[in-house]
Write a protein of this length. Structure first.
Length: 104
């Protein structure tokens, strides 16, 4: 049984990945605002500030990588959906051409 491709469904999934990428960017901004601690606030808690800074760096890096992966996946899925739309239109055009030749 052949697999039926639904370009609209593929495009919907690509859009959802884009939304997740946007959420990763929001999470990165949140971490930078609320997890990062300015070194001037360290005082007696320099170890805590150091750990917090490291955690914030790892979180922001992970969010950035996640955003890049999701954006790339979304773009690829959009291209796939367009490929299937084009292929389907080509099949329709060819079918109509054959029907016209038969009618002649």
């Amino acid at each position: 049984m052949p697999i039926r491709h639904q370009p609209a469904d593929i495009q919907t999934f690509a859009s959802r990945l884009d939304t997740l990428g946007d959420q990763a960017t929001t999470a990165k901004a949140y971490a930078q605002q609320w997890v990062a601690v300015d070194s001037s606030q360290a005082g007696l808690f320099s170890e805590i500030v150091h750990a917090s800074t490291n955690a914030c760096d790892k979180i922001t890096d992970a969010c950035q990588q996640l955003n890049q992966l999701l954006s790339g996946s979304g773009a690829s899925l959009t291209a796939i959906a367009q490929f299937y739309k084009t292929a389907e239109q080509n099949r329709i055009d060819r079918f109509e051409q054959l029907c016209a030749e038969i009618e002649e």
